[in-house]
Ligand binder design. Structure first.
Ligand code: FE2
Length: 565
């Protein structure tokens, strides 16, 4: 159940957040032609620029402008042009930065032309920011749409070379960021082992786990110094949603795995995390700067509708855990109890309001493609139960070899013994934090989409590895396809399973054999996913970097899938 912000929490945060967005309503020239240099402040543009949430006639512009000489606020100019030399400035205006929003600035520029590339920058009294490129959405069907899909950039784990490379994509329409833009852990936490060696330690004011508004703000400030991330923000508008780590690990609507007694009120912490997210991301908050509503749709004329979902904060029931169903004395699993809870028809990942909104959005869209941008894997990742209990243990490899050889014989039509058949048939979801932990709602979504005659194309992040799955309903009918992007730097399943490259390749091969709906996976490389959408098909290309420990990298290999084949 979603717990709304209490009145107390609202009051503690609202005074610092309301009225932060500047709407640009005027046309060419506007008020700025009469602005004197004296009206502007000396500022430091400390974190580049960014744009996001493009619509046909508007886009969000973002920067951070630190006042100089002890001033508490600053006044600056923003400019938007059709060329990167700013000889044809089509919109401009004044905007203020202040401590109330951590000196971040957003402008929602209006009355732009559709399908148009624009360039923008900000100016202080004597300072000019870097220049960004952005693009509005089309109003008539374009020949193609090009996205990059990214997730899970972990600063202490490595350099954001995947962002750097993605920024070079020619003709990029938008960056779909599926979350884990930051991680909340302390300086000795997850994936920090090599941070000192590679020069990726946190600043001294941000060594602890993020709990307060100041903590979250300071963490964004560190992440946004990465040159790859700066370049990607400058290259194209972001369309972003949070995953769990913008708040805390395994967030759900009433808590999170990494929120413990002694860390204060969960909703107060969540409100701080959400405020910092809205301050630092170039996003148009759908329901205002304090509300945990992030789901929204972007229409690329009638070629594609992009529905960005929240599978974390707004409606998720708490994750199930196998360990809660294992009797400590007998070590026997209460399978009936587990299945009853898993199949509970009230169990929700999206929450009713978001689910109904999504079905209505699918219904009203006339676009050829329905793309769901969301966090966790939707495809069924059901693996033999025998293997699930051995994952990460020393006999896992031998068991996997045995199971795959049985599966190969089955696929060849060989007769299996009853015991062999049972080993293959007894399958369980390995990740209960994913849609696999919410199967009734997933089936409801599949049924709703099928009833509307819509096939789903889903992109996911969260796992840190690359995956392609066909999406099938409980009758075995295909209802769509899922492409999952690997992490930018966060370690993947290969670290958890302690696999070297060869072991990771063998395991990837075994999983595609053992998991019926899984068509491809890569279990050891970091990178990003590029999607090119045309009337005929969607091309998905994974691009992997060879190195995250320095900024000296190359693209080591690619994998490409065309849908439909
Ligand atoms: Fe992640």
């Amino acid at each position: 159940m979603l717990q709304p912000l209490s009145r107390r929490h609202f009051l503690s945060l609202s005074a610092t957040s309301i009225g932060s967005m500047v709407l640009s309503t005027s046309l060419t020239g506007c008020a700025i032609s009469s602005a004197k240099e004296d009206d502007l402040s000396d500022v430091e543009f400390s974190h580049g620029i960014a744009s996001g949430d493009p619509l046909q006639g508007s886009v969000i512009l973002w920067t951070r402008a630190l006042p100089q000489d002890g001033a508490v606020s600053a006044r600056l100019v923003w400019e938007l042009a059709t060329d990167n030399n700013f000889t044809n400035i089509v919109r401009s205006g004044l905007v203020d930065s202040s401590e109330s929003r951590d000196y971040t600035v957003k402008v929602d520029v209006q009355e732009l032309n559709p399908a148009t590339e624009y360039f923008y920058r900000f100016k202080g009294r004597q300072q000019v920011s870097m220049t960004g490129r952005t693009k509005t959405l089309p109003s008539t069907n374009p020949e193609q749409i090009k996205f990059v899909v990214v997730s899970c950039s972990n600063y202490p784990a490595g350099y954001f070379n995947a962002y750097q490379e993605a920024a070079k994509t020619p003709g990029l329409d938008a960056v779909l960021h599926l979350g884990d833009y930051i991680y909340e852990y302390d300086a000795k936490g997850y994936a920090t082992q090599r941070a000192a060696e590679i020069g990726r330690e946190f600043a001294s004011d941000n060594l602890g786990e993020l709990l307060t508004l100041e903590d979250y703000r300071n963490r964004y400030a560190i992440y946004r110094t990465d040159k790859g991330l700066t370049a990607l923000h400058a290259a194209a508008p972001f369309i972003a949603v949070w995953d769990d780590h913008e708040i805390m690990n395994d967030t759900w609507s009433g808590g999170g795995e990494n929120h413990n007694p002694g860390e204060g009120d969960f909703y107060e912490r969540r409100a701080a995390a959400i405020q910092a997210y809205y301050e630092w991301l170039p996003i148009r908050p759908p329901k205002g700067d304090l509300q945990p509503h992030i789901y929204r749709t972007f229409d690329f004329a009638n070629l594609l509708s992009l529905h960005m979902l929240d599978t974390r904060v707004i409606g998720r029931d708490e994750q199930l855990e196998y360990s809660h169903y294992i009797n400590k004395d007998t070590q026997q699993m209460d399978s009936e109890g587990f299945i009853a809870d898993l199949q509970n028809k009230n169990r929700s990942l999206l929450g009713k309001a978001q689910f109904d909104w999504l079905v209505n959005s699918l219904k009203t869209s006339e676009a050829k493609w329905q793309l769901l941008g969301q966090q966790v894997l939707m495809g069924k990742m059901l693996i033999p139960g025998a293997m699930l209990s051995q994952l990460g243990k020393k006999d896992a490899a031998a068991l996997m070899t045995k199971l795959t050889s049985i599966k190969v014989r089955l696929l060849k039509g060989d007769a299996l013994t009853a015991q062999e058949q049972s080993l293959i048939d007894t399958v369980l979801p390995y990740n209960l934090d994913a849609w696999d932990g919410y199967p009734v709602e997933r089936e409801k979504l599949y049924t709703a989409a099928a009833n509307l005659g819509k096939k789903l194309v889903v992109v996911a992040g969260d796992t840190h590895n690359a995956w392609t799955s066909q999406l099938t309903n409980n009758r075995g009918d295909t209802v769509g396809i899922e492409f999952a992007t690997p992490a930018v730097t966060s370690p993947g399943i290969e670290t958890y399973l302690k696999l070297d490259e060869q072991g990771a390749k063998q395991t990837a091969q075994a999983l595609t054999l053992l998991i019926d709906d899984l068509q491809y996976c890569d279990l050891h490389q970091r990178g990003y996913l590029q999607l090119t959408v045309t009337e005929q098909n969607i091309d998905a290309t994974w691009r992997f970097v060879d190195n995250i420990l320095s900024t000296d990298y190359t693209i080591s290999n690619e994998h490409q899938v065309s849908y439909p084949e």
